[in-house]
Design a protein around this ligand. Structure first.
Ligand code: NAP
Ligand code: 8YV
Length: 309
């Protein structure tokens, strides 16, 4: 009998194709009455493919065995509820690290050199009236990385290629890493020209980049967030960007994304990106393949490839 699995949102096309070849896939987001559909069919579902799974959805799926997440971050999956029900959870680590690191360095250069603003300057015909001005560069600067994990390390090596000095913070020092470790995020921000945030979302990091940290980074300091919007005190960041208390910010993630506070749009010292860290064809294909490989391993009774629960 075919294994029945549930999607609650659209997934990358190659992933959806691979799932449909192997399983009977139900798409809750395409049902006219999702609630009635779950009541009638929920007990047949053995797997969920994709992220954003809360305890109330799990409760509607009494025979759910596994949640295969599409993404390395799993802050939108209730892993505590999953553990209590013995539901396995997988994510898609490593395969996206290069793409996210590439975007990070791209955002850094874009912010330092005001590349999006320069494009607008030319397109709007402002150049003939005079040059745009001078900005800063990465060369010789210190970058502090919050979260020297899989992606953080890829960012670090690319920053070194840009002739930057790398320092980092996290919950613990990593003895095998050559970079200077700070046990205080505020102190690291004070000593850094750039602060790059790439630690997981969730309760343990909520608001960790506080007003105090942002003020320590200071009027010349540049902030990059490619992690989750929840790590930063977004209101304080906006205020400091507006009043010159913070030099600039390049942001790929936001607290209420895809809605972004319109106050950001008026700021010249900001580069905005719509959560594009892993958004390349090759990386999304690889993420989808890993999601499917985890499901296949589970239903074959083999060890999961990338389990978080
Ligand atoms: P990872 O390998 O687990 O690295 C996470 C790092 O964060 C580790 O170095 C860890 O170090 C540190 N960390 C964890 N909890 C912390 C805490 N409470 N306080 C301070 N540091 C903490 O994860 P990854 O694969 O690099 O991914 C990191 C995150 O990037 C994901 O969780 C996701 O939210 C985000 N992401 C964003 C995009 C995007 O499109 N923008 C794409 C992919 C991933 P310690 O254990 O020493 O604390
Ligand atoms: C998204 C990400 O998951 O992997 C993560 O944690 O933030 C991204 O790769 C991806 O955009 C799928 O929604």
């Amino acid at each position: 009998m075919a294994i029945e699995i549930l999607q609650t949102g659209k997934l990358h096309t190659s992933c959806e194709t691979a799932l449909a070849e192997r399983y009977t896939v139900h798409k809750l987001h395409e049902q006219s009455d999702p609630d009635a559909w779950l009541a009638a069919n929920g007990e047949r579902i053995r797997a969920h493919a994709g992220s954003a799974v809360k305890a109330d959805l799990m409760a509607r799926l009494p025979n759910l065995e596994i949640i295969a997440g599409f993404g390395v971050g799993y802050d939108n999956i209730d892993t505590k509820a999953a553990k209590q029900r013995n539901i396995r959870v997988t994510n898609t680590p490593n395969v996206l690290s290069d793409a996210v690191a590439e975007l990070t360095v791209g955002l850094m250069i874009a912010l330092a050199r005001r590349i999006p603003q320069g494009d607008q300057f030319v397109r709007r015909g402002k150049w003939p009236a005079g040059d745009m001005g001078l900005f800063s560069e990465l060369t010789g600067k210190t970058v502090g990385i919050l979260g020297l994990g899989r992606i953080g390390k890829e960012i670090a090596s690319r920053c070194q290629a840009m002739k930057m000095r790398v320092v980092y913070t996290g919950r613990k020092r990593q003895p095998s890493e050559p970079h200077v470790f700070y046990d205080s995020l505020t102190q690291m921000a004070r000593d850094s020209d750039w602060l790059v945030i790439i630690a997981p979302g969730g309760k343990s990091t909520d608001g960790i980049v506080s007003r105090e940290v942002l003020e320590a980074l200071g009027p010349e300091g540049m902030l990059v967030n490619v992690a989750r919007g929840t790590l930063i005190d977004e209101g304080a960041m906006l205020e400091l960007l507006q009043n010159g208390g913070l030099g600039g910010a390049a942001l790929d993630v936001f607290v209420g994304e895809p809605t972004v506070p319109s106050a950001f749009f008026a700021l010249d010292n900001v580069v905005l990106s719509p959560h594009q860290g892993s958004a390349t064809h090759q990386t999304r294909d690889a993420m989808g393949a890993l999601l499917v490989a985890n499901l296949e391993a589970h239903f074959a009774g083999e060890p999961l490839i990338s389990a978080v629960v």
